[in-house]
Design a protein around this ligand. Structure first.
Ligand SMILES: CC(C)(COP(=O)(O)OP(=O)(O)OC[C@H]1O[C@@H](n2cnc3c(N)ncnc32)[C@H](O)[C@@H]1OP(=O)(O)O)[C@@H](O)C(=O)NCCC(=O)NCCS
Length: 170
């Protein structure tokens, strides 16, 4: 993939981003840069070559989930003494309405999974967790194979599955 997906910086037109979900627009415009400075999360953006607009963005950070919330298939592979499992949180993912339905969201998601996998080779992470805003977002992640975790509304994909996915796409 040759999409210019890179860390958010001052050169990006973040004020013009509009995905239709105020909370996600506000985050990019007013909070993402601060969170990056404080090392709370990393925000990656895809700038459209023709217009210079941000097509979409996603954020990544470290997180953990209780072992007992993992799907059985994965839980049984881990020692019971590991009560808390390190994961990568794909906290936000949004596409500007002007670039919807063109595969932008899919490309951003695959890029986030690939990046998470690469980091997991040097800093342990058992999988990627997403926190869908609403049912629509949940449907989007379900399309890609994310599994719902009990109680929290979060969804999970194991790093082993991600490895298979990205190897197939190479
Ligand atoms: C969800 C979102 C990221 C999808 O972006 P997109 O660029 O339109 O997605 P793509 O073009 O890559 O579409 C990929 C697939 O997802 C489906 N899809 C797209 N948007 C969807 C939505 N809102 N709900 C369910 N499925 C959706 C498409 O139909 C497509 O499937 P198909 O290939 O079988 O037709 C975008 O609609 C968005 O930014 N929504 C607002 C923010 C949001 O909900 N973010 C996610 C959680 S924080």
């Amino acid at each position: 993939m040759n999409q210019p997906i890179e860390l958010l910086s001052k050169k990006h037109k973040k004020k013009e981003f509009a995905c239709g979900k105020e909370i996600l627009d506000h985050y990019l415009r007013h909070q993402a840069g601060q969170d990056m400075k404080r090392k709370l999360s990393a925000c990656f953006v895809w700038e459209d070559r023709e217009t210079g607009l941000i097509r979409g963005y996603y954020t990544l950070s470290n997180n953990h989930i209780p072992l007992n919330t993992l799907p059985l298939k994965w839980k049984k592979k881990l020692p019971l003494s590991y009560t808390s499992i390190p994961v990568t949180l794909l906290g936000r993912l949004a596409v500007d309405t002007r670039f919807r339905g063109q595969g932008t969201g899919s490309i951003l998601l695959v890029d986030a999974l690939k990046r998470s996998y690469e980091v997991s080779e040097v800093i342990g992470s058992f999988g990627v967790v997403v926190d869908p805003l609403d049912e629509e977002a949940e449907r989007f992640y379900t399309l890609f194979g994310f599994l719902k975790l009990p109680d929290s509304g979060k969804m999970f994909m194991a790093m082993q599955t991600i490895k298979i996915l990205i190897t197939a796409l190479e």
